[in-house]
Design a protein around this ligand. Structure first.
Ligand SMILES: Cc1cc2nc3c(=O)[nH]c(=O)nc-3n(C[C@H](O)[C@H](O)[C@H](O)COP(=O)(O)OP(=O)(O)OC[C@H]3O[C@@H](n4cnc5c(N)ncnc54)[C@H](O)[C@@H]3O)c2cc1C
Length: 412
């Protein structure tokens, strides 16, 4: 997307007296947004305007305060992007590719905001969309698409993270026309304030993992404690959920899900989304670092005129561009129905590694100011750590790829 040129903040020097306008920072070097059609591009522009107008000016304060900006929810609802990528049930529709671009665009301004949206739209709504019965989709998806009902996704536990596939300790026991849930879920994004939780628990009857829609505010025995003292994604409110004999009606069990394989279908989709977010996080850090390099003077010149600084910027742009090309193809494969777990895992692992490198170079470029929230880059630098570890660590995603390409499972 075209961005305005920047000439401000340049102090007079022989260099700048040439009055040539400087190129505006633009993290879309290969014009990947051109892969969208005109209608999709318009939506992306609306999302960019929303993020830059409503979120960018306030988000650093919320990050510092470890608080969620509820004040922007009405404007977000006005964008009508709830249920992006899903069809019917009041959802926005659109391609997976468009959904990916929206996640990148959000993360370009704030990785926390894109995570909040990804947890709701991807993990929570996706669980109902993929695993719900027709009645469940009719009931739950319209208010979730309207962002009137916000969801979270409870899979990880205090003692079980990477090993959730075989080791969930939260139990579900059938009791008449209801289920009784017991256990804890850790790290659950949006949980301290949202309305519904998708809880994954092991059925003590058949030992299979099943999904349940739990109403946070009205289910006795369901409580959430906010996780304090995070150094990343501080805008996202993460919770420790405790379920003490929570009774959930059978009609709230995800009817099309039979085992952890069905949980994995949701993760396959959302891991692709995290690869897009990581790309956006690197893009935002690169653009801020470039703007800084154009305005910061040392030795009487903009630091962007030094060869070693240009080296950092070119390496960052290479990472961002490689990630963009990868995720565009990933989403095209998803839209073509070809996406497998190992495709999403490779992109999640690759893009988060490249992002981590990029934000570190951006921080380095800002010198001491790189550790101050005021210059934005520090927020991307810190937030990247969470994106790197959640939705499957690099090691777990590498093992998924390794199994697919060698034919040997190296999982312990
Ligand atoms: C900010 C944030 C938000 C999150 N949001 C959610 C959410 O909304 N819902 C949810 O359910 N979860 C959420 N999570 C949890 C997240 O998915 C887990 O943190 C992640 O899966 C890793 O699990 P763990 O932290 O328990 O690490 P562990 O599984 O304890 O792993 C620790 C280290 O050991 C390595 N390791 C483990 N096993 C192996 C192995 N076999 N071989 C090699 N290395 C191995 C890991 O790669 C990692 O480096 C969130 C986490 C964070 C930090």
């Amino acid at each position: 997307m075209a961005t305005p040129t920047v000439t401000k903040d340049i102090k007079p020097s022989k260099e700048s007296l040439k009055t040539v306008p400087l190129p505006a920072p633009n993290g879309d070097f290969y014009e990947v947004t051109e892969s969208l059609n005109a209608e999709e591009l318009n939506l992306l522009k609306e999302v960019r305007a929303f993020m830059e107008t409503n979120v960018a000016p306030i988000i650093t304060k919320y990050w510092a305060d470890d608080a969620f900006p509820f004040e922007v929810l009405p404007a977000l609802r006005g964008l009508k992007i709830g249920g992006l990528g899903y069809h019917g049930y009041g959802c926005r529709g659109g391609s997976t590719l468009l959904d990916g671009f929206v996640q990148m665009e959000m993360a370009r301004v704030d990785p926390s905001f894109s995570t909040f949206f990804g947890v709701h739209n991807g993990l929570a709504m996706g669980s109902v969309y993929l695993g719900g019965s027709e009645e469940q989709k009719q009931k739950w998806l319209p208010p979730m698409a309207g962002l009137e009902t916000i969801g979270c996704f409870g899979l990880t536990e205090p003692l079980v993270g990477s090993g959730t596939g075989g080791g969930l300790t939260t139990t579900a026991k059938r009791d008449g026309d209801a289920w009784v849930l017991n256990g804890q879920k850790k790290w659950i994004g949006n949980a301290p304030w949202c309305d519904v939780s998708i809880i994954w628990a092991r059925d003590v009857g058949d030992n299979q993992v099943k999904g349940f829609i739990v109403e946070n505010k009205t289910t006795p025995g369901f409580s959430v404690e906010k996780i304090q003292n995070k150094i990343a994604l501080r805008v996202v409110q993460n919770g420790l959920i405790t379920m003490d004999n929570c009774r959930v009606p059978e009609e709230n069990r995800l009817q099309a899900d039979a085992s952890f394989r069905d949980t994995a279908k949701v993760l396959r989709m959302t891991r692709a989304g995290v690869a897009w977010m990581a790309t956006g996080c690197g893009m935002g850090a690169y653009e801020h670092a470039l703007a800084y390099a154009q305005k910061r003077f040392q030795f009487g010149k903009p630091i962007g005129s030094f060869q070693l600084v240009q080296d950092l910027l070119a390496k960052m742009l290479g990472n961002v561009t490689a990630s963009q090309c990868m995720v565009v193809r990933l989403s095209q494969m998803q839209d073509e129905g070809k996406l497998k777990d190992h495709h999403a895992s490779l992109a999640k692992a690759f893009c988060t590694v490249r992002m981590r490198e990029t934000v570190a170079w951006a921080r380095e470029l800002l010198g001491g100011n790189g550790i101050l929230l005021d210059e934005q880059v520090a927020r991307f630098f810190a937030d990247a750590e969470a994106l790197y570890s959640y939705e499957g660590t690099r090691e777990m995603n590498t093992l998924i790829v390794g199994k697919a390409i060698t034919g040997f499972s190296a999982f312990v």
